[in-house]
Write a protein that binds this ligand. Structure first.
Ligand SMILES: C[S@@+](CC[C@H](N)C(=O)[O-])C[C@H]1O[C@@H](n2cnc3c(N)ncnc32)[C@H](O)[C@@H]1O
Ligand SMILES: [Zn+2]
Length: 427
């Protein structure tokens, strides 16, 4: 932060360029210039804006409106959202245009320059500063540390319907204050961009940051989501709060979970039945889940006898809430693409989420299996048909383009892949 304090704000603000995202105009620091500096965007931009995160924002808009319509359909109490790391204000602005009235958004960022930019962006979009320096109609600005802001909301009983956590890297330190500042019903939207940590590529860092053993496996992206969900749940439990994962999204460079937070001992106890370990055999790709009682877990693969690896504790329950996905789908279908630019892609993703939700943890990466078996790969749709013919459930997964989810075991899946591979003409 010291860096920005020494900066001449006016000179920096004069460099801004204007771009559009959805139905919003945005002043931002020239992306090209930031990229030319050769460092990560976040380091080279005085206030961060990443166009690649558009789908993160699109899905956020849909999820928050779905939550509003389901849990705050009446206008008798204010629907308040905290955008705790607002940067350029793009998320706040897009929500402002998209949500049903009445609502109130707190847009906050620790970087003082971000506040200046947010103000410019509100004005650019015709939102007037009518009520005071940091108070706009339906939007209040703060320049606070996110955890401090949440604590101050708790202190003043200003409980929020939704808190958005969108940091650089790990969200680990922001989760507990954010969930505590939620009212009931409350929703937490959390982004994590520290995917190498959550996916087990930086294994030691996962122990350090989450106190959880990751699992670098053929389904590591799903393990990342499950670690984040478990981590959120155990932050909630000391407050007798529990989690209900509403939508868990994995994209190229980040993961994002939308988690309903609710109160009560019964819910906390139920969360425990969704905690466990993921077990995986590196030799044959067999996988299973085990519950928290480690004495019952055998560390030998039931198929090939090799030593299995494991990750956890983590969330082994459902990744999404079916009803919530339906609500999101309805909203998305009736929203113009101009407002949600990734609409088409998101509709496909929601469809896959609905299908994958009933199937056991751990997707199969068909490419990886066939590569390892050194056999050509059949079309995914053909493989899925064969799995169904054998009486198993199967779906694609939004997490991995070459992935499927199924309750078939690895031995039978390999048999199917091997039989089908013999019918593929060689080029
Ligand atoms: C990834 S950016 C947020 C992007 C923004 N939500 C969007 O959709 O474009 C992270 C932001 O968090 C801010 N930040 C970092 N640490 C913070 C903290 N402890 N409290 C509040 N803001 C913080 C940074 O200044 C930066 O603007
Ligand atoms: Zn094995």
């Amino acid at each position: 932060m010291e860096e920005t304090e020494e900066i001449d704000f006016e000179e920096i603000l004069s460099e801004l360029e204007i771009l559009e995202e959805g139905d919003i105009k945005l002043h931002c620091f020239p992306l090209k210039k930031a990229k030319e500096k050769g460092t990560a965007l976040k380091k080279s931009m005085p206030v961060f804006y990443n166009p690649v995160m558009i789908m993160n924002r699109d899905i956020t808009l849909i999820a928050y409106k779905a939550f509003q319509q389901k849990f705050y359909p009446h206008q008798d109490h204010t629907f308040s959202i905290t955008d705790s790391m607002a940067a350029s204000g793009i998320r706040t602005l897009r929500l402002y245009k998209f949500l049903n009235e009445p609502f109130e958004i707190i847009a906050n960022d620790l970087n003082p320059l971000a506040l200046k930019l947010i103000k410019q962006n509100l004005e650019l979009n015709g939102i007037q500063n009518a009520l005071g320096e940091n108070q706009f109609k339906k939007i209040i600005l703060h320049n606070l540390e996110a955890n401090f802001l949440c604590a101050s909301n708790i202190n003043s009983r200003n409980y929020q319907a939704i808190v958005d956590v969108d940091p650089f890297g790990t969200p680990n330190i922001f989760i507990e204050p954010a969930l505590r500042s939620l009212g009931i019903p409350g929703l937490l939207g959390i982004t994590a961009t520290d995917t190498p940590v959550l996916f087990g590529i930086r294994r030691d860092a996962c122990f350090r940051k989450y106190n959880i053993r990751p699992l670098r496996s053929t389904f590591l992206k799903e393990v990342g989501l499950r670690i984040l969900l478990y981590f959120t749940a155990i932050r909630a439990h000391p407050h007798m709060d529990y989690i209900d994962p509403f939508l868990s999204f994995s994209s190229d460079h980040y993961i994002r979970v939308f988690v309903r937070i609710n109160k009560g001992q019964i819910g906390v106890d139920q969360n425990y039945s969704n905690f466990g370990y993921m077990l995986w055999c590196p030799a044959c790709d067999w996988r299973d889940t085990g519950n928290l009682d480690f004495r019952k877990i055998s560390l030998k693969c039931p198929h090939c006898n090799a030593k299995i690896n494991y990750g956890g504790p983590l969330w082994i329950g459902k990744l999404h809430n079916d009803e919530f996905l339906n609500e999101c789908e309805e909203i998305l279908e009736t929203t113009e693409q101009k407002i949600i630019p990734t609409k088409k892609k998101l509709l496909k993703i929601l469809k896959m989420m609905k299908e994958e939700n009933d199937l056991p943890p751990g997707y199969y990466d068909l490419h990886k299996i066939c590569d390892r078996e050194t056999i050509p790969i059949a079309r995914t749709s053909t493989i899925m048909e064969k799995i169904q013919e054998k009486g198993y459930k199967v779906s694609r997964t939004h997490i991995e383009p070459h992935g499927i989810k199924s309750n078939i075991d690895i031995v039978q899946l390999k048999e199917i892949l091997s039989i089908l591979s013999k019918n593929i003409p060689l080029n």
